[in-house]
Design a protein around this ligand. Structure first.
Ligand SMILES: Cc1ncc(COP(=O)(O)O)c(C=O)c1O
Length: 376
């Protein structure tokens, strides 16, 4: 049966966010067009200072995107060709790509069944003499179990590098996402909780040497113009993006609070639907609900029927990284990471954004009730 509901609900409404900040951003953009100060400058410096302070680290280095941020953080902490880097299979492929791009080897591990975050027991089991780093991903808006991972990293003398792309503003009892490891990488892709108007990212750290290395690498291996210390890359935050990020950073806590309220409302509305498993926040963790991911049987049909009813749902992610064509050569098989593999067939991300209304959510839940055959 096809779900029938009246209200169309987009998966994400970015226009509402831009509308809120436009009056602050446009005058800055006009000034930038006049001065032509597009690369670096005051907007970038100020954003880096403000975001470092927000996260609670000494250094924030703006870069071109989140994938570059992971690559730069890996290189700056001494990871290189042949080194093994442990990452969860339930993540966006960029986490693995960054490892592969520097010639290091991604070593995949499963996630826990409750939160679908990297499983510390699996990490312990995957350590070898060649392991040089662990990259937990703060997926869907909540922090990975850093308290369990930190002692493992310390015992084996390996780098703990956070992929904080989906967790701007999230925190655990130990601090904010981005301040919980030796170094962190984040993405400001437009759909993130803190999103730019194009590609952007940042590296975060308390370590002055790592910060200096990232800045140098991202500017063609150069700290003084035309003096190149090493082979680097071009990965910088643009001034126009920094202006957007500054305006949105001022609203991030309020927007995250709106996401939390929406998550609570979904959880309440979905309590009557036995066929829908709702996500839960890890104890001691402030979830910023980048995504609200339910689990259902017969997911592909449910997804299709929601689409037919005008509800924009999505899947994060349909294929665990070890089973993608990109990583076929590493020789992993289906069945090796049963938790992530089973979840990949059941997960469904419902519309989630700060400006989502109660009416939107009731329409989503009504369509879901029909599609899952739950009576309400
Ligand atoms: C978990 C995760 N890691 C890394 C990235 C890569 O970020 P970007 O798209 O800015 O390169 C993303 C987002 O796209 C992500 O969700």
């Amino acid at each position: 049966m096809t779900a029938q509901v009246g209200t169309a609900v987009p998966f994400l409404d970015l226009a509402a966010q831009q509308a809120e900040v436009a009056h602050e951003v446009l005058p800055v953009w006009e000034e930038l067009l006049t001065s032509a100060g597009f690369i670096g400058g005051e907007q970038v410096d100020e954003f880096e200072r403000e975001y470092a302070e927000y996260v609670g680290v000494r250094f924030c280095i703006g870069v071109g995107n989140g994938t570059d941020a992971i690559e730069l953080a890996l290189r700056a902490t001494g990871i290189g060709p042949g080194d093994e880097v442990i990452i969860p299979v339930n993540t966006f492929i960029a986490t693995a790509e960054a490892v592969s791009r520097i010639g290091a080897v991604p070593v995949f591990v499963d996630v826990d069944p409750e939160y679908l975050l990297i499983d510390p027991h699996a990490v312990e089991g995957a350590i070898t003499p060649r392991t040089r780093a662990i990259v937990p991903v703060h997926l869907y808006g909540q922090t990975a179990p850093m308290d369990a991972l930190r002692p493992i990293a310390e015992r084996h003398g390996v780098v703990l590098l956070e992929d904080a792309a989906q967790s701007q503003g999230a925190s655990s009892t130990a601090g904010r996402a981005g301040a919980l490891g030796r170094v962190a990488a984040t993405s400001f892709y437009p759909g993130k909780n803190l999103g730019a108007a194009g590609d952007a990212g940042a590296v975060l750290t308390d370590d002055a040497a790592v910060a200096e290395f990232v800045r140098n690498l991202g500017a063609h291996g150069s700290s003084v113009k035309y003096v190149h210390d090493r082979v680097g890359m071009n990965s910088r935050l643009d001034a126009v993006q920094a202006a957007v990020l500054r305006a949105k950073l001022r609203r991030l806590d309020a927007w995250n609070a709106a996401r939390r309220a929406a998550a609570d409302r979904y959880t309440e509305l979905l309590a009557d639907l036995p066929g829908v498993r709702v996500p839960v926040a890890r104890p001691g963790n402030t979830d910023v609900w980048h995504l609200y991911v339910v689990q259902v049987d017969d997911r592909d049909r449910v997804h299709r029927e929601l689409g037919e009813a005008g509800i924009g749902a999505a899947i994060h992610y349909p294929t665990p990284v070890h089973l993608t064509g990109a990583y076929r050569d590493l020789g992993y098989r289906a069945g090796q990471f049963p938790v992530a593999e089973r979840a990949a067939g059941r997960i469904l991300s419902l519309p989630m954004f700060p400006h989502l209304t109660g009416d939107h959510q009731r329409a989503v839940v009504a369509a879901l009730a029909v599609a899952t055959g739950s009576t309400r």
